[in-house]
Design a protein around this ligand. Structure first.
Ligand code: OOG
Length: 230
């Protein structure tokens, strides 16, 4: 762990490390694509042994279409997500609710630099919140969605249900995670712009993601998203 060799690594220094990592990605041509929230659900906090929410940055290269290359990853995991599409620039965090142009069911692929995903909060922040890849189902118009506070969610691998949960697990309502993301981004001087994505955080614990697997995440009323790994 980074914190073991660098005891001064506090949360604020960890976000500096995260920013430096993102800057390296930017220099190699990746573009900012949005924000991910982490540990917004109790299930994830318990699974990972941490006690606060964190955030990380998404880049365009993390977006997965129908096939996910996982064989080059260290020890990937997958988790079900509620995803927001930003429809216009969010210069004031308080305006984020009305800036949402789409909601969807999605998934995040996590991969950690740390052995066995064992880390402190500062360690995982420095590692960009384990962000590796993400996929998004069909966007729904938020006006057509009855509400996001209790969406039943199912994660299947090769047709087997491996996790079930509710979006209520995400801070009681994923809208709260969206607001937190907007606040954190704004405080860090980042403007969420039209087309950017916000991942609200996992609704359940994450599960190991093997190669040559078929993954499906379903959200009641939101449809589903599928991906094949190789
Ligand atoms: C950190 C990322 C946590 C979530 O949705 O809670 C996260 C990890 O578990 O490695 O993305």
């Amino acid at each position: 762990m980074l914190s073991a060799s660098e005891p001064r690594l506090d949360v604020s220094a960890a976000y500096d490390v995260q920013r430096a990592g993102i800057e390296l990605r930017r220099r190699s041509g990746e573009r900012f694509a949005g924000v991910k929230m982490g540990f917004t659900s109790r299930a994830k906090m318990v699974q990972m042994g941490v006690d606060d929410v964190i955030w990380g940055q998404l880049t365009d290269r993390m977006l997965i279409e129908s096939t996910a290359e996982v064989s080059g990853l260290i020890h990937p995991r997958v988790e079900p997500e509620i995803v927001f599409l930003v429809g216009r620039d969010v210069t004031r965090a308080a305006d984020v609710d009305t800036a949402v142009a789409g909601v969807a069911v999605g998934y995040e692929i996590l991969d950690s630099r740390y052995d066995g995903f064992k880390f402190t909060l500062a360690d995982v922040i420095a590692d960009n919140a384990s962000a590796s890849g993400f996929g998004v189902g069909a966007w729904r118009d938020p006006r057509d969605v009855a509400g996001l506070a209790n969406v039943g969610m199912i994660l299947e691998i090769d047709g087997r249900v491996v996790q079930t949960g509710s979006s209520a697990a995400i801070l009681g309502d994923p809208m709260r995670a969206l607001r937190a993301a907007a606040r954190l981004a704004t405080d860090a001087g980042i403007v969420l712009r039209a087309g950017d994505i916000v991942l609200a955080g996992a609704a359940t614990a994450a599960v190991p993601l093997p190669k040559d697997a078929h993954v499906r995440v379903t959200g009641a009323g939101l449809g589903s998203v599928e991906v094949t790994t190789r």
